[in-house]
Design a protein around this ligand. Sequence first.
Ligand code: ATP
Length: 353
Amino acid sequence: MAQIQIKNLQKTFSDFTAVRNSSLILEDGKFVVLLGPSGCGKTTTLRMIAGLEFPTSGQILLDREDVTYRRPRERDIAMVFQLFALYPHFNVRENLAFPLKNEGLPKAEIHRRLEEVAAILRIEHLMNARVGGLSGGDRQRVALGRAIVRKPKAFLMDEPLGTLDAEFRELMCVELRRLHDRLQTTTVFVTHDQNEAMALADHIVVMNGGQILQADTPEGIYHFPSCMFVASFIGRPSMNFVPIREAVLQGQDVIQVNGAPVEVPRLDETCSQAVLGIRPEHVRMSDSGPVRGEVSHVEYFGSHWIADVQTATGRIKAVSPKGVVPAVGGHVGLSFQTERIVMFNKDTELLLD
Ligand code: ATP
């Protein structure tokens, strides 16, 4: 197990900066997910941790030791790729044994480790099967086995579930998490899929434009997003943003939305232009709520309906009360759960505390 620290990490490809001035401590034994849209620098960050790419500047520390310019095999961390390079003509046992033979481990130790990994991944019955004939999911398990068997200090995974269909992806998420709970090996996992991130992570690191925007628990990211980008990237349907025209002053806890008074959490910061953020499940819809509007569209989510309500300050999505099917064209009133409101500075788009 290992603590991984990146310090002021920067990576520039000719004149394009893929990762900018990133600093982060990935705690020992945690499952950390790097999450962000395509091209935000997740893979480049992971490759620098692996030693497959050297940073333009900055440092990578493994258990407080500087490994920035060490080669991958000198770092004792295992990279699990999306399409892991298994040998299709070898059987599972041979594939798993390969890295251990390379390390020159004694036969008895190799045997012991293979038995252990086969039991952990529940692939005992596949040990003599040729990898080429396995299903995608079993192949994925063998790929994981190849990483586990070396007992590395950390696992690095780049969208390892990317090619699986939705149902299998979910199953593998549960397996990966169970595996992590058992092995407690520091894991860095890259994905652009927020559901995967939420299901797996102890900590989520949200990136955009080469920068780390927030590193926190899934709950922290969901309820207290550091900025409007994180707020809109996490959660479906997205958080509502309501522009507040009047100045929000320090200590003010009632503001006007759409001409109606809305109680907001007391702020310690002053800002002239603000945006109120609230998730649809924290907006109550009734006949009497203060923020008036007309239902313009409804969506069915199986367990609930979401109504799109057109108000004078824009559209606000709200979860319909249990058992109530909102009527398109109906006039409703919205009220916001005060403790769930977050406020952003409109200019910087950062969270106001
Ligand atoms: P994706 O999910 O699409 O892989 P990502 O968040 O992992 O995205 P990176 O692969 O880290 O993003 O790429 C970040 C940016 O750096 C992208 O714009 C990419 O085109 C660029 N980039 C990555 N590797 C190189 C390279 N070797 N040379 C030039 N540009 C590169």
